[in-house]
Ligand binder design. Structure first.
Ligand code: A3P
Length: 298
């Protein structure tokens, strides 16, 4: 199968089984590691936040860690990145099997390479998606400040990258469609970035219910307040400014960049947007979710 093939895309990026992965000397991520994830020992009380990159991962990660904060006093001083690591980006020397429960993970993996143990439908998955034009714009900025990514020279190049899927995460269209299509194999909650923007409190409440946490109204208020864009931007445990200089060029941008719906209108021309619409219509035919494309759709 073509999508199984391993191919090096640059010094730091390779594609395998439909995904595109970043690797370096600290990670040692290889196709074998991805194959082995199928057998990763899932615990019934694990929680996995899965996204295509730039869809609200670190935001959801912050919300989840705040919901579990009182259970993990020892983690309070750690970054969200340490507390809720990426399943596929396991740093050398870290052993997820010795982590205490409930384990919290993030992942950008496609559904078909996730650990099969998730299909016992005990462990929980939260899948967050975002309208793809905003994902594209966010990724363009992201690739400018992440040193290990090649930054496209123009928006047309970024569109080509997005449409071919040669970016971390792989093909957005396949990623999102596949997760929705296979929803009944998982104990899964679907969220969109746009609904988080529209009513963060309602989303926090839904997430608390889904993960089985009874949280008082005032605790919900606190979680909402600490995960707003402005507060998270200042939160050194959660804003990803802690990434080292060899990973992120701080002078060129931030993870918490704009945090809105419809920023693509400030970047794509009408012709580019129409080209995107044609690809979207072709690839997402019959897709059950209607994304909000700008603030007026909320
Ligand atoms: P923008 O680049 O459009 O601003 P990810 O975490 O998947 O990489 O997604 C990053 C995107 O989520 C960025 O979008 C970032 O600003 C946005 N984001 C992160 N935290 C947020 C928050 N608290 N509120 C709104 N948007 C947030």
């Amino acid at each position: 199968m073509a999508q199984q093939e391993y191919k090096l895309l640059s010094d730091n990026l390779f594609t395998y089984k439909g995904g595109v992965f970043l690797t370096d000397e600290k990670l040692d991520l290889t196709p074998d590691v991805i194959d082995n994830l199928e057998h990763f020992e899932v615990r019934d009380d694990d929680l996995y936040v899965v996204t295509f990159p730039k869809s609200g991962t670190v935001w959801t990660q912050r919300i989840i860690t705040l919901i579990f904060e009182e259970d993990f006093p020892e983690m309070k001083e750690r970054t969200t990145f340490q507390w809720m690591p990426w399943l596929e980006y396991q740093y050398k020397g870290l052993d997820y099997n010795v982590q205490r429960s409930p384990r919290l993970f993030c992942s950008h993996l496609h559904q078909h390479v996730m650990p099969t143990g998730l299909q016992r439908k005990k462990a929980k998955v939260i899948y967050v998606s975002r309208n793809p034009k905003d994902v594209l714009v966010s990724y363009m900025h992201f690739s400018q400040f992440m040193r290990k990514l090649e930054s496209p020279a123009h928006w047309d190049d970024m569109m080509d990258k997005f449409c071919t899927g040669w970016m971390i995460g792989g093909c957005w269209f396949d990623h999102v469609r596949e997760w929705y299509k296979n929803h009944d194999k998982f104990n899964i909650l679907f969220l969109t970035y746009e609904e988080m923007i529209k009513d963060l409190r309602a989303v926090v409440v839904r997430v608390c219910e889904f993960v089985g946490k009874q949280v008082s109204d005032s605790a919900v208020d606190d979680i909402v307040s600490r995960s707003t864009f402005d507060n998270m931007k200042m939160d050194q445990k959660a804003n990803y400014e802690f990434l080292p200089d060899d990973v992120k060029d701080k002078s060129k941008g931030r993870f918490l960049r704009k945090g809105t719906v419809g920023d693509w209108k400030n970047h794509l021309t009408v012709a580019q947007s129409e080209r995107f619409d044609r690809v979207y219509e072709e690839k997402m035919k019959g897709f059950p979710v209607k994304f909000a494309w700008d603030m007026s759709d909320l």
